[in-house]
Design a protein around this ligand. Structure first.
Ligand SMILES: [Fe+2]
Length: 430
């Protein structure tokens, strides 16, 4: 019997590995020495470029100072595309590199994880590895993942998310690959590197953290080793996100969010996700919008949808978010958790629904390189019936959907998606 078959009839759950990590202010100074310790001589640095900051140049200069010959691929796009991964693989092979360093948020780390898997299979297309543990070769080049945002957790997780551009352009596909072989060798989380993260990205990434933490906390997987990290990450986010957004040069808020993102990812790594992420992946696939922004808009609607299945867990979330739940019933406390999330969303300036995200106001790629080639004619989000239908269908096929607190069907999920598109958040509070 295969492991996958055993997991169904028996209550066996799997704890996926984490890499070693160095955390705290100043940790990025250790990238060079750690790379040498790991045997790197010629790393491929993968990044979106982080233009407008000197973060990449500073790290590359430091690598050179330590005698490493760094080759740079700085064209990773937001919602990394399969062609970003394959261009990086070609550069790696042409330059006979021996290792990887990713610098950035989830896009840079995810593209890098996909590139390592491809390199380990003689440059096979990254899209061949969509799914669960599809890698056939468990050994691939070593990887140091350096985070410059507090959201993704990709530096410590076994997941990477890629947009497949070989599919029908009218029906693009963004998928999650979960692969133990993709786990980085070393994670570096230095809150000092977050200081350059703009206000809107900081807010959006913060809601990725809240999604990473809350989804396993209410998931049907109900994985005990994840619950402590999940609830702690919710508490840290509630306590630190406003400060990280509005006082971004202050270490306390940035450091609080650094730990929140790290342990939230460790919670979902084995504890599962849900349809906040599935909706987010679908909207990114169609409109190339930021993952954290999508999560933020989806989160209150999905919490409201899941709440009847998990009033007790949502009551815990209320407490973690600072609500005094004494004297409240579980459903009342769950409602208070939802109100606290909406308050946080509004406090950090997240748009209330997807049709409010317009090309005029959305600053995606501020740190990147402008419109991407696959989405250069990206449409404004319409939120009409056809949009809601195609997003709902994408959600139902997403690898995160089976972990959702409530079982999902087209009929039950469609109204949730519809509300994300055009609905009023105040409706959820009444
Ligand atoms: Fe996420």
């Amino acid at each position: 019997m295969q492991v996958d078959e055993l997991l169904k009839p028996f209550p066996i759950k799997e704890f996926h590995p984490f890499p070693r990590a160095l955390m705290g202010p100043g940790a990025h100074e250790l990238i060079g020495p750690e790379a040498i310790k790991l045997g790197f001589t010629k790393p491929l640095v993968m990044t979106s470029g982080l233009r407008g900051t000197n973060v990449v140049q500073k790290i590359v200069d430091s690598l050179k100072y330590h005698g490493l010959e760094a080759v740079v691929y700085d064209k990773v796009e937001s919602n990394p595309k399969d062609y970003n991964v394959m261009d990086a693989v070609a550069l790696y092979q042409q330059n006979k590199c021996d290792s990887f360093i990713s610098i950035g948020g989830g896009s840079s780390h995810d593209a890098c994880k996909g590139a390592r898997i491809s390199v380990a299979h003689d440059g096979r297309n990254v899209n061949d590895f969509e799914g669960f543990n599809k890698s056939e070769n468990p050994s691939n080049p070593p990887h140091i993942a350096v985070s410059t945002t507090a959201g993704t957790g990709s530096e410590t997780s076994w997941a990477y998310v890629i947009t497949d551009t070989t599919t029908d352009p009218d029906n693009p596909h963004k998928y999650v690959a979960f692969d133990d072989a993709s786990v980085a060798t070393l994670a570096i989380d230095d809150p000092v590197l977050y200081f350059d993260c703009p206000v809107d990205y900081t807010a959006q990434c913060g809601f990725d953290v809240l999604a990473h933490a809350s989804e396993p906390y209410v998931s049907r997987l109900n994985f005990e080793p994840s619950l402590g990290n999940a609830i702690r990450a919710i508490k840290l986010t509630a306590e630190n996100l406003r400060e990280a957004v509005w006082n971004g040069q202050d270490l306390k808020g940035r450091e609080g969010m650094m730990y929140a993102q790290y342990i939230a990812a460790q919670a979902f790594n084995s504890g599962g996700l849900g349809i906040i992420h599935s909706i987010s992946h679908a909207v990114s696939a169609f409109y190339d919008t930021h993952h954290g922004l999508n999560n933020a808009i989806a989160l209150p609607r999905v919490w409201a949808f899941n709440m009847p299945a998990q009033y007790g867990r949502f009551a815990d979330i209320a407490e973690a978010m600072g609500v005094d739940t004494h004297g409240m019933t579980k459903p009342q406390a769950a409602d208070a958790a939802l109100a606290a999330a909406i308050r946080l969303l509004r406090d950090v300036g997240i748009p209330e629904n997807f049709v409010s995200v317009t090309q005029d106001t959305y600053s995606k790629n501020r740190l990147g390189q402008g419109p991407t080639k696959y989405y250069e004619n990206a449409k404004v989000i319409k939120g009409d019936d056809a949009d809601v239908d195609r997003i709902t269908n994408h959600v139902l096929g997403d690898a995160c959907t089976p972990g959702n607190a409530k079982e999902c069907t087209f009929e039950t999920v469609r109204p949730v998606v519809d509300h994300c598109m055009t609905g009023d958040l105040d409706d959820l509070l009444s």
